[in-house]
Ligand binder design. Structure first.
Ligand SMILES: [Zn+2]
Length: 271
């Protein structure tokens, strides 16, 4: 098929999708209410909309055991916020993104008041997404932190910041970790103590090379002001591993942003 009919077809599908969303709104991403309850609503019914807004205005700096970077989060990883993050990541409810972007903007505002980031006005700010594992990118078809970083960069841009996404990190393929003798740490993160988790996460993360099409051998990070971005902050292991890699290349890592922090009693898992 030639290029033009293909584009027309794609546009047609997109329009049909938008029209059916107007006529037949999707079910609420949290309680599955449908029909009347969803008329004129976005991803959530009115009740869940309020609950999610409420649970994502509890902005604070998280105290994470494995990093002393300031990490600002918009709420606790529980109830509506946890379910919304799950629906976004695992059920493809990308229509929740506006809620998450305003939550990240609130976290950003808090971080500004608490760190040297406030002295950055007028300088470019680089948002570095914490990389997802290759398996989860394949499963979901997208990397949540990277999409959120792109959305946040747009939102900050409209507030006068020069914010750019810098995908400078990635997860190493599992076979290379096995080859280098780190297999015992793979997949066992939930049963590892804090130190084990720090090692496991550090072993999985590495500097990414720029897309071939950009014609760069490596990212130039020297002196760049970076903010790390993740969906959920647990132990701080990922933020710390990212900070070490970026600072090793001369970047200035000012802090981290995440949608939610895992409450202490649950933080036995994750990065
Ligand atoms: Zn609902």
């Amino acid at each position: 098929m030639s290029e033009l009919p293909r584009r027309t077809q794609a546009l047609g599908r997109q329009l049909t999708g938008q029209i059916s969303d107007l006529l037949l709104p999707r079910a609420c991403a949290l309680c599955w209410a449908s029909g009347q309850a969803m008329l004129g609503q976005g991803a959530l019914c009115r009740v869940c909309d309020r609950l999610l807004r409420y649970s994502s205005v509890q902005v604070s700096l998280a105290s994470l055991p494995l990093t002393d970077l300031p990490v600002a989060t918009a709420g606790s990883y529980s109830f509506e916020l946890a379910r919304a993050i799950g629906a976004y990541k695992n059920a493809g409810r990308r229509d929740l993104e506006p809620y998450f972007l305003s939550a990240l903007c609130r976290s950003f505002d808090l971080l500004l008041t608490r760190t040297a980031a406030s002295s950055l006005a007028g300088q470019p700010l680089y948002l570095v997404p914490i990389p997802s594992s290759r398996a989860s990118i394949r499963r979901r078809g997208f990397a949540p932190a990277q999409l959120l970083a792109a959305g946040l960069a747009r939102n900050l841009g409209s507030q006068g910041w020069e914010a750019r996404v810098l995908p400078a990190l990635r997860q190493r393929p599992a076979y290379r970790i096995y080859l280098q003798g780190g297999g015992a740490l793979l997949g066992a993160q939930k049963t590892l103590g804090l130190e084990g988790r720090r090692l496991a996460v550090a072993q999985k993360m590495e500097l990414a090379s720029p897309a071939w099409s950009l014609g760069l051998a490596s990212w130039n990070l020297e002196g760049r002001a970076c903010l790390l971005l993740d969906d959920v902050a647990t132990s701080g292991a990922s933020m710390e591993a990212a900070r070490i890699l970026l600072e090793g290349q001369g970047a200035r890592v000012l802090g981290g942003l995440a949608l939610a922090r895992v409450p202490k009693r649950q933080s036995g898992t994750g990065g």
